[in-house]
Design a protein around this ligand. Structure first.
Ligand code: ZN
Ligand code: ZN
Length: 383
């Protein structure tokens, strides 16, 4: 008799706990659904478009052919995608660039070089291959009109740091290292893999402190731009909803392919873009700029302090929900503000950038910036 009542109690307790778990989990899913319906307002003047960078297809080790990958991108309402199939260079992937309906398909190549993986973008395909030595590869890609981004510097192959060799960018967060490193913290959300995989992915996100620190350190010496990297090999829909680049074109995206391609790559070269976790909340409509002597310097640009010691840093956005905005100078927070708008007189030279955090209930970890802007570099002697 006694054992039976003990078992009964255990059973009832388990059902109760399971019920609580289902309620808790259901509320997360429902909140997320409501959130996704919220529209993002964009500023017409910036001609902002959004896309995803660092994607593998069956041209290398991705699981899906370009047609399926492009279909996933269109379902996620992306304006562009940037393929980065492995190869030196990956000529098939490069040859596949063009419009796929309303989607602009661009491609670079992920090179395996002496220091790790290096993404080469916007280059003329060389007659042979690029050098295996990292510094030489950077120079050779530049000689072919291209630029380079250090891929996943602290995971997989890891980057071995040497001289600063003219890299135009660095990946500050990538899905692959987030999932591998932070899988344990996402275990309570495992059922979400079936019901809402984007929530599971969001739960694997933890502040990428190491790469942010490295980025700030590099930025003190040269302009180097930060990229959210999907590093997508599979689960394209989920990854495309999460790690996005929001690019400012300054004018409407051209219909002619070569022109449109140049527009996107030129904006990336100038750092005229910000990174956002769009699956936590839609992130369009943010701007960050500096004002000096009546001139406006957009995100990514360098402001020469010599011409005017008074530089005002400003950010704006029309988000219909609560956020906290932080302004950082060389990686140190110099201003915290509730809401998306700031206006701040610069405190001398430095790399100034913005991080925006979601307030209130959010599936995104508190320490993970929902938006990371590219810096504005205020330099003593100009660019
Ligand atoms: Zn790689
Ligand atoms: Zn890759």
């Amino acid at each position: 008799m006694k054992t039976r009542s003990w078992k009964k109690r255990l059973f009832a307790g388990s059902i109760f706990l399971l019920g609580l778990y289902v309620l808790w989990f259901g509320s997360i899913l429902l909140r997320q659904r409501a959130r996704r319906e919220m529209p993002a307002e964009k500023r017409p003047s910036t001609h902002e478009i959004q896309g995803v960078y660092h994607i593998h297809t069956t041209f290398s080790d991705g699981w899906k052919p370009l047609e399926k990958v492009a279909a996933a991108a269109s379902r996620q309402h992306l304006d562009f995608i940037i393929l980065t199939d492995h190869g030196n260079p990956n000529r098939a992937s490069l040859a596949s660039q063009g419009w796929k309906g309303d989607l602009l398909v661009l491609a670079g190549s992920e090179l395996s070089v002496s220091r790790g993986h290096l993404v080469a973008l916007d280059f003329r395909p060389p007659d042979g291959t690029f050098a295996q030595n990292a510094e030489e590869a950077v120079r050779e890609v530049a000689a072919e009109g291209g630029f380079t981004v250090i891929a996943h510097p602290f995971s997989k192959t890891r980057w071995s740091w040497g001289e600063v060799a003219g890299y135009a960018g660095i990946e500050i967060a990538d899905s692959d290292s987030m999932i591998k490193r932070n899988f344990l913290r996402a275990i309570p959300y495992l059922p979400a893999l079936l019901l809402s995989p984007r929530i599971f992915l969001l739960k694997t996100l933890k502040r990428p402190s190491q790469s942010l620190r490295k980025w700030d350190e590099m930025g003190a010496k040269q302009a180097v731009y930060g990229y959210f990297s999907a590093d997508a090999h599979l689960a394209y829909d989920t990854l495309f909803s999460c790690f996005r680049l929001h690019v400012f074109l300054g004018e409407p995206l051209a219909g002619e392919f070569e022109q449109a391609r140049a527009q996107v790559f030129n904006s990336l070269r100038r750092g005229a873009f910000y990174c956002a976790v769009d699956s936590a909340r839609p992130a369009g409509g943010f701007t960050f700029w500096a004002e000096s002597r009546g001139s406006r310097f957009p995100m990514g640009s360098a402001v020469p302090l010599a011409s005017s010691p008074r530089v005002q840093l400003r950010a704006e956005a029309a988000f219909p929900f609560a956020v906290q905005t932080r302004l950082l100078r060389d990686g140190e927070v110099v201003l915290r503000s509730e809401g998306p708008a700031i206006s701040f007189p610069s405190e001398g030279p430095g790399a100034y950038r913005i991080e925006i955090y979601l307030l209130g209930r959010s599936p995104l970890a508190r320490d993970f910036p929902w938006i990371i802007s590219n810096p504005i570099y205020i330099r003593e002697d100009g660019p």
